[in-house]
Design a protein around this ligand. Sequence first.
Ligand code: HEM
Length: 429
Amino acid sequence: NAGQGGCPVSDPEAMARAFDAFEGPYQLDPAEALRWSRDQLPVFYSPKLGYWVVTRYDDIKAVFRDNILFSPRNVLEKITPATPEAMEILKSYDYAMNRTMVNEDEPAHMERRRALLDHFLPENLEQQQDMVRRLTRAKMDEFIDAGRVDLVEAMLYEVPLLVALHFLGVPEDEIATLKTFSVAHSVNTWGKPSDEKQIEVAHDVGRFWQYAGEVIEKMRAQPEGTGWMHHTIRMNEKIPEVVTDSYVHSMMMAIIVAAHETTSLASANMFKTLLSHRGAWDDICADPSLIPNAVEECLRYAGSIVAWRRQATAPTELNGVALPEGAKLLIVQASGNQDERHFEDGDTFDIYRDNAVDHLTFGYGAHQCMGKNIGRMEMRIFLEEMTRRLPHLRLAEQEFTYMPNTSFRGPDALWVEWDPALNPERESP
Ligand code: HEM
């Protein structure tokens, strides 16, 4: 069965052997690259990666649902093992990244998640909205008359970073340093750095680890501080057996990336997708009430987390395929999100789709993203402000580039253009 619109791949076993998560079709378009798998071999072993790749919606959801059989313990493991030299460098920084939330097993995970949930509740997010809108407007003021910008550089990188730091209560330090650190952490965890690059990355990751430790010390000295990491530090003092020291240090490093890169990349994907589907963009300019579902459809069609990991804790079977104990799984949400078995015409972008919200970009089950409503809120506000103030925005001619890795996806730059003389606020200030 070829599925929709394609001829059957004659040798799916050969496709499985050839599958490369770091270059070629998967890096160009992960959902399209795995169409053959969804249709013919939905769970396959990739010898190049050493992982079992899972590509259908129902199977991915089943894996997410059972976090005992499919442990998240390998979620932050280096997907490309460190060279002995890189390992030595990390050791010299006392690097000890360990369990956070996203890679913690039960029962410790749920106990910790419950102790730290309050800040994420919708009623506590209300107050963040004004801050997000204020930051968005201020950034737009800077470029509204420019006529051409890289939207990533001009807004989509920095606003989510500032929102994240504010939500966490982490001091706004040098943004450029944080950027180097985040990129290093992502390459280190989900990328395939060359042996040479491993050395550079190991130094940055080591410095990031030490920086995280220093930030915690600074924050401990402010017992009245606000924000989620301040709360975490207080809980560490109150219930150290649940919110452990190792957790606080590891989380301080991981959360900056979890809260920030995810949202920046998702927002860049969103603008790229909407501006290249002009009808959809024009529709939301005319009717902003379409924005919340458009955000979900963008997260489905072009999410920023395209694949996540799990590890089998016992021998088991998935869609008829036997998996040994210890099997490492790459569950490709980008593929599940376009699976026509769940989403009609899954490869079509449609802001009116009624089940867009079923996407797996935030994961599913016990570990589902705690910050999903913050991410959504930011994306919604970006669209509200941009469609109102720059409805005549166009995508500029450009070649898009992406950092090669298994999981985090979004263009490095997003050039857009418009005629400032036609800005609505010029015509009716
Ligand atoms: C977990 C994606 C924004 C905090 C996760 C997971 C994914 C994800 C895929 C793992 C889910 C699973 O294993 O089932 C995203 C995307 C975002 C985003 C696509 C933006 C568009 C945020 C933000 C924050 C955040 C803004 C914090 C302010 C977390 C935390 C977890 C998590 C704490 C761990 C939850 C747990 O293991 O119990 N996220 N995230 N995320 N995310 Fe997000």
